[in-house]
Design a protein around this ligand. Structure first.
Ligand code: HEM
Length: 495
């Protein structure tokens, strides 16, 4: 990318200043007591520069640390007002400014983009009714279905506390004890497991969400963002090479594509289930390890997402962006999916730790098409007093903002006893059926690559019982699948 030509020093129009705006006389030589003497404590510019530098990093995201972001818009192309009253989806042609952040999951900040790993697909729609965050992945399903297992799952995929590196033993040990992961493992080890770039992958809400229309009728929906660039993926060998030669390959691709004016876009489709069909559906519709086959609930087109502007500053706008699955707008809400419910807590809590209680006032996170009006004030870095004389309590006699009285989502009935429960089983629910269906959909070549990718990781596992448990899962999905993985693992271990 062309770099701007440096302006000669003498011709620079503006004087460098300290952070409080005073002119800096020398930015090359720190002040000393005499030409060869020690530094002077009165050199404010030096102290400020060194102290700021020490504070330039904030805690990285505990997952999805490495990512890239861009702005754009979402435009409605098809009428979905029968299903949702959400204003931003309420008229064909309506455009809503959007910010997207894509990410890898398991590695720390600085990890390679071309890893075999799910990709985050997080969207912030700056709607007139507040910001709506849809925080999904490039995979329609997930590894686990209960939020209680999430910290253990992530610990097993990230660096080991003793060796300080990712360990196949931990990765596969967790999966050995989590048969519900078989579907997502099959997906991840298959051809789409290493996207060629963020532009060449689909995005999914993964969870089921609830839409409510203007009449108060409830529907359950799944979001599918289909890439208009076409799906492109890397083989394990291509991924390994690119990870070494260009660890920032996805960042480079997204940045350069948008700078060149080649704007990536995705077409949003939804699957819509009338809420009353949920209980009787053959799969538990609130189990994020399962898809809804399209023959049951076809895709309906909604609109398109276009990304056309790079952020000016990666730290301010990408590192400090904060998405929370419980940022809903009227007409869109959560389903009872337990994983999703766990996430409704986890993200905003993470942001308060990572960015502080006033992270919603940062430009990338603040509403753009409306304003936040509430009684939250103060806290670290508070910058939005919400007007002169604005009261910080409610109810009040000063025309402060008051509740709307309209629920965001239609209420749904509940029954049962409190306590810890396994997810309800529907008629076709088990941990393996859909994994087997995915395997059976693959061509012979795809199956071969899937088996080779799994065997490449599983053969590195030290314990035979961990390998055996994993083989049991693949056998349960499809006997041929299990037999082929077993043979490939044996060959690698014996060879
Ligand atoms: C109970 C399960 C889960 C928990 C507790 C959880 C928790 C978290 C946390 C704490 C972060 C870091 C947030 C930050 O510091 O900004 C995060 C990031 C993220 N998670 Fe999850 N997660 C869960 C499941 C999922 C699932 C199922 C998906 C996809 C369907 C997902 C997609 C993402 C994405 C895309 C990001 C990065 C957002 C960004 O770009 O800033 N997570 N998750």
């Amino acid at each position: 990318m062309p770099q701007p030509t440096p302006t000669p020093r003498a011709a620079r129009p503006r004087t460098l200043t300290t952070e409080s705006g005073a002119p800096v006389s020398d930015n090359q030589n720190a002040a000393t007591a005499g030409a060869g003497g020690p530094l002077l404590l009165q050199d404010q510019h030096l102290l400020e520069k060194l102290a700021r530098f020490n504070r330039e990093r904030i805690p990285e995201r505990v997952v999805h640390a490495r990512g890239s972001g861009a702005y754009g818009y979402f435009e409605v192309t098809d009428d979905v007002t029968a299903y949702t009253s959400a204003h931003f989806l309420g008229a064909v042609g309506r455009r809503t400014e959007t910010f997207a952040r894509f990410s890898t999951v398991a590695d720390n900040l600085g990890g390679p983009d071309a890893a075999r790993d799910p990709r985050g697909f997080a969207l912030k729609f700056y709607t007139e009714e507040g910001n709506y965050d849809l925080v999904g992945n490039n995979t329609p399903v997930f590894f686990i279905k209960d939020p209680l297992k999430f910290p253990d799952f992530i610990h097993s995929q990230k660096r080991d506390p003793f060796t300080g590196k990712q360990e196949p033993d931990n990765v596969w040990d967790f999966w050995a004890h989590s048969p519900e992961a078989t579907h997502q493992v099959t997906w991840l080890m298959g051809d789409r497991g290493i996207p060629a770039s963020y532009r060449h992958m689909n995005g999914y809400g993964s969870h089921t969400y609830q839409w409510t229309n203007a009449e108060g009728e409830a529907f359950y929906v799944k979001y599918h963002f289909k890439t208009n660039q076409g799906i492109r993926s890397l083989s394990s060998e291509q991924g390994a090479e690119l990870a070494g030669t260009d660890p920032n390959s996805h960042q480079t691709d997204l940045l350069q594509s948008i700078e060149r004016g080649v704007y990536p876009s995705w077409t949003l489709h939804v699957q819509v289930m009338p809420a009353d069909e949920a209980d009787g559906y053959r799969f538990n519709p609130f189990d994020v390890t399962k898809v809804w086959p399209h023959e049951d609930y076809p895709l309906r087109r909604v609109g398109r997402l276009v990304l056309d502007r790079n952020p000016d500053n990666v730290f301010a706008e990408v590192e400090q962006s904060a998405f929370s699955p419980n940022n809903f707008v009227p007409g869109v809400g959560p389903s009872p999916d337990k994983m999703l419910q766990g996430r409704l807590f986890a993200y905003a809590d993470a942001h308060r730790y990572r960015l502080g209680v006033n992270h919603t006032q940062l430009p990338v996170n603040a509403p753009k098409a409306t304003t936040a009006r509430n009684y939250g004030r103060d806290g670290l870095m508070a910058a939005n007093a919400q007007g002169r004389h604005a009261k910080n309590y409610e109810p009040n006699s000063y025309d402060g903002p008051a509740e709307s009285g309209s629920p965001l989502s239609a209420p749904r009935p509940l029954s049962g006893w409190t306590g810890t429960h396994e997810a309800p089983q529907h008629t076709k629910d088990d941990d393996f059926f859909q994994a087997g269906e995915l395997y059976r959909l693959m061509s012979e070549e795809e199956r071969g690559r899937l088996v080779a990718n799994i065997a490449g990781g599983l053969s590195q596992v030290a314990r035979d019982d961990v390998i055996e448990r994993n083989l049991d899962h693949f056998r349960a999905a499809d006997p041929e699948y299990g037999a082929r993985v077993e043979e490939a693992v044996r060959e690698l271990r014996e060879g």
